[in-house]
Write a protein that binds this ligand. Sequence first.
Ligand SMILES: [Zn+2]
Ligand SMILES: [Zn+2]
Length: 322
Amino acid sequence: MKTDVIPLGTASAVPTDERHLSALAVERKGQVLLFDCGEGTQYRLREAGLSWARIEAIFVTHLHGDHCYGLPGLLSTMELQQRADPVTLVLPPGGPGMLRAVPGATPARLSFPVHVVEADAAGTLGTVYETDEIIVEARRLDHREAFTMGFRVAERTRPGRFDPERARALGVPEGPAFGRLQNGCPVTTPDGTTVRPGQVLGPPRPGVVAAYVTDTRPCAGGRALAEEADLLYHDATFADDHAARADETGHSTARQAATVAREAGATRLLLGHLSARYPDPAPLEREARSVFPAAEVAEELRRYELDPREKEPDPVGPADES
Ligand SMILES: [Zn+2]
Ligand SMILES: [Zn+2]
């Protein structure tokens, strides 16, 4: 099952003709996780062909307006659409208070169930959202005075691929016994032999990982989120000649983003949150590629496809019966 990462807004602070305010969608099995919700995000979701109804959780990095002012509007639209499904909101400290201050956006009074997860000011983070198939982890970033967190979406590792031919050859009758082996349980064949799952399953299949790391200076939290990520979206507000400005404003340069990607062993890097001073982002891309060749400027509304099958070890070889 593929996971698509779709940048919806890659501007820093103010929208431009080319770029919109911060938001990024992760779509998997038709469900959408939304990271940040700058003003106008509901339009960008429409343009990306992502229905508001399919959003199951929204994660906000921090309370700077360019990352969260779209949230009350999106919640209001969900209510007008008579949403019945629950939605989870993962918010920085003060996030629920911000929503309560907007008429009609108080989570507890919306007509659909809203599960709010508010990070505490001490920065106690970790797993902030999970389902049977994915885990979202949050870590503290380093961005000025505003409490800021980044996120890492990881698919859970799945059991290895089942080899029915091999099972038949070992005398396992087709039917419930196949299911038990696929679920990791040993079975006994009619002739009394025990067949263990390891004899008929390939190696465990790792899932894909995407990390969303903005707004931030290069920091340990961002590096941890990016660890061996298949795709890292990282703050690259400035080019390196504005490194002092980046540091002062709590952002990263394209080179710093690339360094984080390299140190973390990420596979691919998308440069995001670009300053309006770069209508042509080519210099940022060049700079990043000099450190980490698999870097590119995040293209809004493009689907970056992550396919776990590409990470799978070779199919099961001749079974080891010892
Ligand atoms: Zn920002
Ligand atoms: Zn910010």
